[in-house]
Design a protein around this ligand. Structure first.
Ligand SMILES: Nc1ncnc2c1ncn2[C@@H]1O[C@H](COP(=O)(O)OP(=O)(O)OP(=O)(O)O)[C@@H](O)[C@H]1O
Ligand SMILES: O=P(O)(O)OC[C@H]1O[C@H](OP(=O)(O)OP(=O)(O)O)[C@H](O)[C@@H]1O
Ligand SMILES: O=C(O)c1cccnc1
Length: 483
């Protein structure tokens, strides 16, 4: 979090490899791609997030004296290498897809073009940051999608895997669409709305529920949300809340925003009964907030049950992405620069999905001109140039007989990777998190509903240009011919 120096936040093997490159005088420019193979949470897409923290990390890359001392104490690093580390800083290029963009498997979310020692060191921290925030942003986008327009508040800090996951997770959750967070540090650091109601302890600290409600309403006249399930939701909680709302109405002190929160029991049944009671007492604009181990599936089910819930508080299952706790982003070497040429490199696997895409690449997003919806993504070599006034033949890179032909001017193109660092200098300014949130909502609107549904979504194609496909095929053929 913040601007701390995270230079040693790396795996030991990155440093031992770095020393190996150093001792062998290997410091050619290489290309590494960050990409993932499967969308998390059964989703049809992911939301990329964490770039701002990657930028801070790279800007602050410096081995301090005590870092060097520590590395010396491990008795594995030579003095020459330690001396080199003293002046180490990032001198390369980084390209990335802006935070909040909808992304798909196999495409580079971030590309490092840098001397191999630098590119190797930063693998672990970049993956750590991008994997975590992209996971939570994706989860949040699903929860917010399920809520169908009703606001979702992020309530997970107490059950997050530590302070960083709680704080950066809240940032990512807001990027994914939450309206704000109960996490005050995250709200301060990233300028997010700090939101909340009150706990059962507030009610239990008074002799009776009614007094607790009255005191809370006195204290917070602008937004009075009363937690009604401490003792008995329908027999005492809702009736006592209504009593307090009547007192406020009779004294002309009706809060602008007011309502109740349900935190246990059958939320469909309780919300319908509570709505009826509030409406009958004339409080038709009282809001009903629900929390209680919610996720996108429970919210979808509650809406299908016609639950009368206006606002959602979601904690544990969002901040931990409980049903899918990892994102799976990887960092793979894809090219080595020799002279002014990038020589493609490829990792082989028995599993065709695990064979990497070689070369220095870029990505075009293809939109249908009429609908503005995403048609497919096309990964190309970095020096290929496509324009939408030409016909475009897309083919599935695994099942190559599956083809789509796009007529000229029926589609539009957008390059996804933008420059972030050039020659070690940051050339990108991150938008505010709330701006990224707005952008992310628009991004999700470029997907058909079929790609957004929570289960068995339709997958968007990520294709390769003919040239890139040919390079990949040639490398495979060369390798098998050499066996
Ligand atoms: N009508 C409903 N349909 C589907 N799921 C629901 C419905 N109402 C509540 N749930 C979910 O069912 C689960 C209820 O869990 P559980 O019975 O452990 O908790 P609870 O009712 O909150 O009780 P307590 O907190 O008092 O132990 C929660 O995940 C909640 O979100
Ligand atoms: O259910 P989640 O999605 O994780 O949402 C956050 C939960 O945290 C609070 O409970 P907790 O029991 O910690 O405290 P409380 O006494 O304030 O209810 C809150 O009441 C929610 O139930
Ligand atoms: O403000 C709330 O209602 C809240 C905050 C954190 C966790 N659960 C609820």
């Amino acid at each position: 979090m913040g601007k701390q120096n995270l230079t040693l936040l790396t795996d030991f093997y990155e440093l031992t490899m770095m020393q190996g490159y150093f001792n062998n005088n290997m410091n050619e420019i290489v290309v590494f791609d960050v990409f993932y193979r499967d969308n998390p949470c059964n989703s049809g897409y992911a939301i990329c997030a964490g770039l701002e923290q990657v930028i801070e990390y790279v800007k602050n890359l410096r081995f301090k004296d005590d870092d060097i001392e520590y590395l010396r104490s491990l008795k594995i690093f030579d003095e020459n290498f330690l001396n080199y580390l003293k002046n180490f800083h990032f001198t390369g290029d980084i390209y990335a897809i802006p935070e909040g963009t909808v992304v798909f498997p196999m495409e580079p979310l971030l590309k490092v073009v840098a001397p191999i020692m630098e590119a190797q060191l930063i693998e672990t921290a970049i993956l750590n940051i991008i994997n975590h925030q992209s996971l939570i942003a994706t989860k949040a986008s699903r929860v917010v999608y399920a809520a169908s327009g009703a606001p979702v508040m992020e309530f997970g800090l107490r059950r997050a895997q530590g302070p960083d996951a709680g704080t950066l997770g809240a940032r990512a959750a807001v990027i994914g669409g939450c309206i704000g967070t109960s996490n005050v540090l995250s709200a301060k650091l990233y300028d997010l709305p700090a939101l909340g109601t009150h706990a059962h302890s507030w009610i239990m600290s008074f002799d009776d529920e009614l007094t607790a409600f009255r005191k809370y309403a006195e204290l917070y006249p602008l937004n009075t949300t009363l937690l009604v399930d401490t003792y008995d939701t329908l027999r005492t909680g809702v009736p006592n809340a209504i009593k307090v709302f009547k007192e406020l109405r009779d004294s002309g002190k009706m809060p602008e925003k007011y309502g109740i929160r349900l935190d246990s029991g059958d939320l469909a049944y309780l919300s319908k009964m509570a709505r009826k009671m509030l409406d009958e007492a004339g409080f038709t604009d009282a809001t009903i907030t629900a929390s209680s181990d919610l996720d996108e599936y429970v919210i979808e089910s509650l809406i299908a049950q016609d639950a009368k819930i206006d606002s959602w508080g979601v904690g544990t299952k969002l901040i931990t992405s409980k049903d899918c706790p990892s994102f799976g982003g990887v960092y793979k070497l894809s090219a080595i620069k020799k002279g002014d040429k990038f020589i493609p490199r490829m990792k082989l696997s028995e599993n065709q999905w695990k064979i990497t895409n070689p070369g220095n690449k870029k990505i075009y997003r293809i939109y249908e001109k009429d609908s503005g919806k995403v048609k497919a993504d096309l990964i190309t070599l970095h020096d290929e140039h496509f324009t939408s006034d030409k016909p475009l033949l897309l083919f599935d890179p695994i099942a190559t007989w599956k083809k789509t032909y796009l007529k000229p001017n029926t589609y539009t193109l957008r390059e996804l990777l933008v420059p972030i660092f050039i020659n070690g200098k940051c050339v990108y300014t991150s938008p505010s998190v709330m701006e990224i949130r707005d952008y992310c909502a628009k991004e999700q609107d470029t997907l058909w509903d079929e790609c957004r549904r929570l289960t068995n979504p339709h997958n968007v194609y990520v294709d390769l240009s003919s040239k890139l496909y040919q390079i990949k095929t040639d490398l495979l053929n060369e390798y098998y011919a050499s066996l």
